[in-house]
Design a binder for this molecule. Structure first.
Ligand code: UDP
Ligand code: MG
Length: 325
């Protein structure tokens, strides 16, 4: 077994997942580093290059040559933002770790406020967006409905408008690293670990370069992952729906029997037969699908594959994995 050298801990790590963000690396660091410098000289920036093909890693390497506190972990392919964040937490050595996006939608200046709230004893300080003006009404509506559903059926409520932009104390980071699940729904995990948390309101800025990598389909998948990771209600609700449908079918059967006894057999009953068969098959297929979702999840977990594959490391991140011995 390879033994990792324990690098010196730093005060503050900033973890930034990047996927094809070469144009954003420079402007981001130009705004971020002065903010960090004012807080503490003991910081590191850990980019997690999520399999970019546009020279993002080269852009980071150029900056690393001038500023050794900037480094990166590069994946062997695209693993997705959630996994990139997990890798960033694994490689961060800070007493406090900030997670933020690379596209300057998360204002770096807010980190100073995070820092203050952290010094007051909060383990988790999250940025809470005050408006969703940049999004369509449909997307806003879905987001709101989702938070309500999650609060109702999930294990714990999610603070609305809170994303990945946050600061986490070392204690929280250690717990997050120890969570073994492959399906990472970090919003849920942040809430699940508990601890003293506080929100800091902010306004989301426009994306600097490039376009968002979230399609509606990806968002739906993400939302679904969240529900199935933190709730078994979708699995259990079918017991009740099945019971109700069966009861309804029984009432209908009694009606048809009575009707046949009183008025004799009736061919038009054919229509109701087809309707009920179709309805029941639909309900059955849906419930099978839900069970399939959870079994798929169990399958993904029991395979016990590593979460990600690292191809290359630059700078601080290369100095050993914080979570390793
Ligand atoms: N990202 C990533 N892997 C992906 C998709 C996105 O690491 O597969 C990064 C991306 O580079 C950015 C952050 O995650 O730093 C947020 O992505 P994006 O701006 O596309 O999402 P949005 O702001 O629309 O939620
Ligand atoms: Mg963005």
């Amino acid at each position: 077994m390879e033994l990792f050298r324990h690098p010196e801990p730093v005060d503050l790590s900033v973890v930034i997942p990047v996927y094809n963000e070469s144009a954003n690396v420079e402007p981001l660091l130009a705004r971020l580093l002065p903010v960090l410098e004012r807080l503490t000289p003991s910081y590191e920036v850990v980019f997690v290059d999520d399999g970019s093909q546009d020279g993002t890693a080269a852009a980071i390497a150029r900056r690393h040559a001038e500023e050794p506190r900037v480094g990166a972990v590069s994946f062997s392919r695209n693993f997705g933002k959630e996994i990139a964040i997990a890798a960033g937490l694994d490689h961060a050595h800070g007493r406090a770790v900030v997670i933020m996006d690379a596209d300057l939608q998360h204002p770096p200046e807010l980190i100073a406020t995070f820092w203050e709230r952290w010094r007051e004893g909060n383990v988790m300080v999250y940025a809470q967006r005050t408006d969703r003006a940049d999004e369509t009404a449909l997307r806003r509506g879905f987001a709101h409905l989702y938070y309500r559903l999650f609060a109702r059926f999930g294990e714990m409520p999610l603070p609305e408008g809170a994303g990945d932009f946050r600061l986490i104390d070392q204690r929280g980071v250690e717990v997050l690293r120890s969570l073994p699940e492959r399906a990472r729904f970090s919003k849920g995990l942040y809430s699940w670990i508990g601890f003293r948390s506080v929100g800091v309101p902010y306004t989301v800025e426009e994306r600097r370069h490039g376009t968002s990598k979230w399609s509606f389909r990806k968002l739906f998948r993400f939302a679904f992952d969240g529900i199935t990771s933190f709730s078994t209600v979708p699995l259990r609700v079918w017991t009740y729906i099945g019971g109700a449908v069966a009861a309804l079918a029984l009432v209908a059967a009694l009606y048809f029997i009575a009707d046949t006894l009183m008025r004799g057999p009736d061919v038009p009953g054919y229509a109701s037969l087809i309707v009920s068969v179709m309805f029941l098959s639909g309900v059955q297929l849906m419930s099978l699908g839900i069970i399939g979702e959870y079994i798929g999840r169990i399958f993904a977990e029991v395979k016990r594959r590593p979460l990600y594959v690292v191809a290359e490391r630059i700078g601080p991140a290369a100095a050993g994995q914080a979570g390793a011995i």
